[in-house]
Design a protein around this ligand. Structure first.
Ligand code: F6P
Length: 321
């Protein structure tokens, strides 16, 4: 089937760089004489027919903006048969030949379930600060989130060093430790706690006490939100070592802000590639970056648990601390 009209939406948590992907999809599609209809607020907008025609001017001046001009939300209704039927009806009513969806694992799962039930060419663009899409080394937004968290940790280190304190910093990532690991390595942090590896607070406390005896008095411990709460970790350290701790929860600060060059670059490349693979007759793919190349992986592959080379990185942190 010749594709003439594409639906486009962003769903789930916003990620910096989504706007560059929107811009790229729209302008590359227009270049190929396709029409693009944007839906507001993710799958909810599809179900409720909240749409707009996206022309060249509609995506002007957005490449430098965090968030998403199409807005986004998590939509429970799209998980139901009724919600999906309604979405398909809107797709048919608006004569859409294909769908491009920008988002993370929940969004991809939504597209996967939808396309199992209804036959429609559909491509996802991997965008999530969590970087937890299997088969893809880097998602849109991850680099910005890591740099934002890193900048916060650099600031915290000034106080940690000057006042010789222990800081426990909680970062995002849902069930995944990618942000935590990269930030801990890049920030020269003393410890990192992630969901993918069992942690032993007794060992961490033993190292802190031993470090103190050697004159090492400041520590930054990065905790991924999916592994533990920074508050609990800090309280346990104080209880076991009698040393004062401070807690910083970075939260949504990591998800917003001006996208880095990398996040914009990925958004731009992924957007173009998503249109291209639809034009080549491919569907049910997730577009992302792997080993320096833009790739498209199957929905099933993308939804598997992404492994992290945990032991290697922990070993390195231990050597370098
Ligand atoms: O998936 C992105 C993410 O920012 C996670 O890191 C975090 O756990 C979650 O979204 C927070 O979701 P919400 O913005 O709905 O609170």
């Amino acid at each position: 089937m010749k594709i003439k009209r594409i639906g486009l939406l962003t769903a789930g948590g916003d990620a910096p760089g989504m706007n560059s992907a929107i811009r790229s999809v729209v302008r590359y599609a227009l270049y190929h004489k396709l029409e693009v209809i944007g839906f507001y607020r993710g799958y909810w907008g599809l179900i409720n027919e909240e749409l707009t025609v996206l022309d060249h001017r509609a995506v002007s001046g957005i490449i430098n903006l965090g968030g998403t001009i199409l807005k986004t939300m998590r939509c429970q209704e799209f998980k139901t048969r009724k919600g999906q039927e309604r979405a398909y009806h809107i797709i048919k009513k608006n004569a859409l030949d294909a769908l491009i969806v920008i988002g993370g694992d929940g969004t991809i799962r939504g597209a996967y379930e939808f396309t199992k039930r209804f036959s429609l060419p559909c491509v996802c663009i991997a965008a999530s600060v969590d970087n937890d899409i299997n088969g893809i080394d880097q998602t849109i937004g991850y680099d910005t989130a890591v740099n934002t968290a890193l900048s916060a940790i650099d600031n915290i280190r000034d106080t940690a060093t000057s006042m010789e304190r222990i800081f426990v910093v909680e970062v995002m990532g849902r069930d995944s430790g990618f942000i935590a690991l990269q930030v801990a390595l890049a920030g020269g942090c003393e410890n990192v706690i992630i969901p993918e590896k069992k942690f032993d607070l007794d060992i961490i406390c033993h190292n802190i006490v031993e470090g103190n005896l050697r004159g090492k008095l400041s520590w930054i411990i990065v905790v991924a939100e999916g592994a533990a709460s920074a508050r609990e970790v800090a309280d346990a350290i104080t209880e076991k070592t009698s040393l004062e701790t401070r807690v910083v929860v970075l939260g949504h600060i990591q998800r917003g802000g001006r996208p880095t060059a990398t996040s914009r670059f990925l958004g731009t490349l992924f957007g173009k590639y998503a249109v291209e693979i639809l034009l080549n007759g491919q569907s049910n793919k997730v577009v992302g970056m792997s080993l320096g190349k833009v790739v498209a992986v199957d929905f099933e592959t993308a939804l598997k648990k992404k492994e992290i080379p945990v032991d290697e990185i922990y070993h390195l942190i231990n050597i370098l601390t």
